[in-house]
Design a protein around this ligand. Structure first.
Ligand code: PLP
Length: 354
């Protein structure tokens, strides 16, 4: 039986997506060729990447609004650099909500002045700062919608009138937002979209062409846009599997449907954390993430018993990030509600045993 996979990333994908992806590795579309041994310029693959690009825009409600979707390589980490290379002239504003924002800030500092508008570092990134001001003359404002490591999530995005950039790596396609408030969205595939190896970048074309520096081709969004995301060989397997996953999501009813399921999963686990005297949540309640639930045992001496119990229940990937410790239950779109119930049962069983 498949494990209940709470891994933070690479993470769970729907079984039917994995099934179709594995069939394509042996024989894609009855072409008698494997997906990973055929030309990325073949009609069959061009159709795949075009479908993946249009599904991404459709699911986010961004069709016909001046946006294009790209499937690039280098992970979300490469976007920390590309964003700044392509958009930073003099000054950029960043909201620092955790390790990933911190890393994005580090890259930006190589290209210009970076204003950290607020940070939650003082309390181990357990909350989302609010009530700060963003310099109106910033070339762009960068946020991280969901903090995978600390389990916090921005619920209300600050209203910045200029260019808004968001790293949505760990909650894209999980909840409804007005995505048109953003000019550039990026997300490493390996959380809510597909396998590692590709990064989705959604970009409003009109924001480009405003920096004076020369941009190396591979780091230049315009180059990738001009070549329809085929400037170099795309990561064909990752793009195909992402496409299958986006199809899966669309068939289910898209983001409005999956958001309801994600809310149910989050409510189930958070209510157990709040009820069960053996556990305490890590993140500030109003900022809690519906994707990555971080929590600790009140009494660490129960760790060995609890760890054995959840592992025996077939649960995988519950350990907190190495920099934080404790536990982290990542509940991406493909994780069934039932898996969360199994975890809650184990938490209740621990309480009974004690
Ligand atoms: N941003 C966020 C929010 C993440 O969770 C991660 C990885 O976990 C990254 C960026 C880095 O992604 P990648 O490993 O694709 O570079």
């Amino acid at each position: 039986m498949k494990k209940h996979n709470f891994s933070a990333g690479p993470c769970i994908l729907p079984q039917e997506v994995l099934q179709k992806a594995s069939e394509a590795v042996l024989n894609f579309n009855n072409e008698n060729l494997s997906l990973i041994e055929m030309s990325h310029r073949s009609t069959a693959f061009v159709e795949v990447i075009e479908k993946a690009r249009s599904l991404a825009l459709e699911l986010l409600g961004l069709e016909n609004k001046g946006y294009k979707a790209l499937f690039l390589q280098g992970g979300a980490s490469m976007q920390f650099l590309m964003v700044t290379y392509n958009l930073l002239n003099k000054k950029a504003a960043y909201l620092n909500t955790g390790t990933w924002s911190d890393k994005a800030i580090k890259e930006a500092k190589m290209f210009g002045e970076v204003v950290e508008v607020a940070t939650s570092k003082d309390k181990k990134f357990s909350y989302i700062p609010k009530g700060f001001t963003i310099p109106t003359d910033a070339d762009y404002f960068h946020t991280t919608s969901n903090n995978t490591i600390y389990g916090t999530q921005i619920k209300d995005f600050p209203d910045f009138k200029g260019i808004n950039v968001c790293d949505m790596s760990s909650d894209i396609f999980s909840r409804q937002l007005d995505f048109s408030k953003f000019d550039l969205i990026y997300a490493g595939a390996q959380k809510n979209m597909g396998p590692a190896g590709t990064t989705l970048v959604i970009i409003k074309e009109e924001i480009l062409g405003k920096v004076e520096r020369e941009i190396p081709s591979m780091l230049n969004y315009q180059v990738h846009l001009d070549k329809d995301s085929m400037f170099n060989t795309p990561s064909v397997f990752a793009v195909y599997t992402s496409m299958l996953n986006l199809e899966w999501l669309k068939d289910l009813g898209g983001i409005p449907f999956i958001e309801k399921v994600n809310n149910k999963k989050a409510a189930l686990l958070y209510s157990e954390i709040d009820r069960n005297p053996l556990f305490k949540g890590f993140a500030n309640k109003e900022d809690r993430s519906n994707m990555n639930v971080t929590f600790n045992l009140v009494d660490d001496s129960l760790k060995e018993t609890f760890d054995t119990m959840w592992q025996d229940a077939g649960i995988n990937g519950l350990n907190g990030h190495r920099s934080v410790g404790g536990y982290r239950a990542s509940m991406y779109n493909a994780l069934p509600l039932y898996s969360v119930q199994v975890l809650v049962d184990v938490m209740q069983e621990l309480e009974r045993k004690k």
